[in-house]
Design a protein around this ligand. Structure first.
Ligand code: UD1
Length: 421
């Protein structure tokens, strides 16, 4: 098992390119199940979650081949209809095959994802929506069994919460349903718009994506598509914090500033200078970070996936910042680890009171999930001495070569094998 060893205190300088969006790629790869024609998605990052999706699609008889980030998915010989527990337990996004499988084959058997480190994360809204579309759903032996032998039928679906994965699953399912579907209280994340754009390129009739009401008019078949992936907005935010926390000066390429407005807003309040230039976005870290309160919300609010990284930045100022998590109930696991590095943080319910200190001190810490591991790496970049982030495999699920990118900007980072006791 790898750990990351970071010697803190280097200013990050230079330029780096943001990779394609993991969370946009995962549903789009699953959407290719909807057609027997080959599809090409360009600029796909090399990540563990992408490899897991490939494994899952392979089990279903779908072929996926990659050439330097251009991925071809061919579901002509779609034969299986089961997403097994071993795969869905390591990557919740495995449930995203549910909608496409029922739409194309009339049935699916998908493992329930169960709990994960950041909270319970149910899929009741996905199932309620599929039932509305006429699927018969049973829960048996830890699996969702969904059947719609006569095909799905358009309906009005009103989500109780704006769920990203639920909106994606239902959006995909409704493309091949008979008649009109309306998804109300839909999630508005850029990844939903990216999926809708991809489905439209496949021949789907979709309006309203990017708003909280999406209308889908079902078609009888979809065809192949060929599109590039949007940049990863969470990697964008993470690299911005990396520049900010090290008083760096970094040019980020492949950035969609319109998709990271809430994060940029908060980072500017914290003192970072973030300005578009001809070939990217310049990010300059302040001499002294200002304390800023932040509260996570569904898009276009501040993303829960940036909460841990923003908290790392708030650890090094001389004020008090209140960081409130409203999306997931257990997303403060990085707090104990940041405290081991000298951070002064006190949790009260869903809020963390972060009292900034002039500096953090390097320590051995443990990554517990994807974004928590990013926050520990960021803290390590500014800490005095050496930080060892153990269980770094969490980071590799969702960031493409983050350490290489940081090293190219001047960070002192290496990987080593973790000692086992
Ligand atoms: C997606 C992202 C994840 C991000 C999250 C919130 C992917 C692969 N993952 O996860 O990185 O942190 O959005 O922006 O894109 N909920 C229910 N019932 C459901 C579904 C969700 O109660 O059926 C609740 C969840 O417990 C959570 C909230 O709704 O409290 C939002 O979850 P959701 O938007 O579904 O997150 P994911 O799609 O799993």
């Amino acid at each position: 098992m790898d750990k990351m060893v970071i010697r803190g205190g280097e200013r990050l300088l230079g330029q780096t390119r943001v990779s394609g969006s993991k969370n946009a790629a995962l549903p789009i790869l699953c959407a290719a199940i909807l057609t027997p024609e080959p599809c090409t998605l360009r600029g796909v990052p090399a990540l563990r979650d992408i490899r897991t999706t490939r494994l899952l699609l392979d089990r279903l008889g779908v072929k996926m081949s990659a050439d330097a980030g251009d991925v071809v998915i061919d579901a002509k010989n779609l034969s299986g209809h089961e997403a097994p527990y071993e795969i869905v337990k390591t990557m919740r996004a495995g449930v995203l095959v549910l909608g496409p499988l029922v739409a194309r084959l009339g049935r699916a058997r998908v493992s329930l994802p169960g709990g994960c480190a950041i909270g319970a994360r149910p899929i009741d809204q996905h199932l309620k929506g599929l039932e509305k579309l006429g699927a018969h759903i049973r829960l048996e032996h830890g699996y969702v069994e969904a059947e719609a032998p006569q095909g799905l039928k358009g309906a009005v679906i009103n989500f109780d919460v704006p769920t990203v994965g639920g909106t994606e699953n239902l959006l995909m399912a409704a493309t091949l349903a008979q008649g009109k579907t309306v998804i109300a209280n839909a999630a508005r994340e850029p990844e939903i718009e990216a999926l809708a754009e991809w489905l439209r390129a496949m021949g789907a009739k979709i309006d309203g994506d990017g708003t909280d009401e999406i209308t889908i008019r079902g078609v009888t078949e979809l065809h192949g598509a060929d599109l590039p992936l949007i940049p990863d907005r969470i990697e964008t935010g993470t690299l911005m914090v990396a520049a900010g926390i090290t008083q760096g000066n970094v040019l980020l390429q492949n950035v969609r500033l319109d998709q990271v407005e809430a994060v940029v807003d908060k980072l500017r309040q914290a003192g970072l200078v973030i300005e578009p230039e001809n070939d990217g976005v310049r990010v300059v870290g302040p001499h002294k970070v200002r304390a800023v309160d932040v509260r996570t919300h569904p898009y276009p609010g501040f993303p829960t996936d940036m909460q841990a990284q923003f908290m790392a930045l708030m650890c090094i100022n001389d004020g008090l910042s209140v960081v409130t998590e409203t999306i997931f109930e257990n997303r403060f696991m990085h707090v104990l680890e940041l405290q081991r590095m000298g951070a002064s943080i006190h949790i009260e319910g869903r809020s963390a009171m972060v009292r900034g200190t002039p500096f953090l001190s390097g320590a051995p810490v443990m990554a517990t999930d994807l974004r928590a591991s990013a926050s520990l790496v960021l803290a390590g970049l500014t800490a005095e001495g050496v930080t060892e982030v153990q269980r770094i495999y969490h980071l590799d699920r969702g960031y493409e070569r983050l350490d290489d990118k940081l090293i190219a900007l001047g960070a002192k980072i290496s990987r080593a094998t973790q000692d086992t006791v």
